[in-house]
Design a binder for this molecule. Structure first.
Ligand SMILES: [Zn+2]
Ligand SMILES: [Zn+2]
Length: 137
């Protein structure tokens, strides 16, 4: 296996380590990701939760997506950075933000979701597969 994926918030109060490869990587242009990131999209790596260890106490905020998906957003109570996200209905997923990684160059997006909400100024790799909302499946 490769080196574990490590990362955390901007101030270092919340840290994670993941001893597995991501099961998926995507840019998401939905309005929720826009509001949370403060820009045009968020970049996510999804990992199997069983491979994850977290240090420090994140603040949690549950929110409901367009299709009823309940997402638990975990952010640092000190610096406010989004650190990870969990899904109530997919408990084995642990999703981190690409730039929270200690080495963000390990992020290689495979697709773009929610282009229906995207903005012209948020220009993403034209070669990536794009989906109006979530990819099927
Ligand atoms: Zn922090
Ligand atoms: Zn999104």
């Amino acid at each position: 296996m490769n080196e574990p994926y490590t990362g955390g918030c901007a101030c270092g109060a919340v840290r994670y380590g993941i001893a597995a490869e991501p099961v998926g990587m995507n840019d998401c242009q939905c309005r929720q990701c826009q509001r949370e990131s403060g820009t045009g999209h968020a970049s996510h790596l999804t990992f199997p939760r069983s491979a994850v260890t977290v240090e420090g106490e994140a603040s949690l905020w549950d929110m409901v997506g367009d299709n009823g998906t309940v997402k638990r957003r975990a952010f640092c109570p000190v610096c406010g950075s989004p650190v990870y996200m969990l899904f109530r209905d997919i408990p084995d997923y642990f999703v981190v933000r690409a730039a929270s990684l200690d080495d963000p160059s390990r992020y290689t997006p495979q697709l773009v979701s929610w282009t229906a909400a995207g903005h012209a100024w948020d220009h993403l790799d034209p070669d990536l597969p794009k989906f109006d909302k979530m990819p099927p499946g």
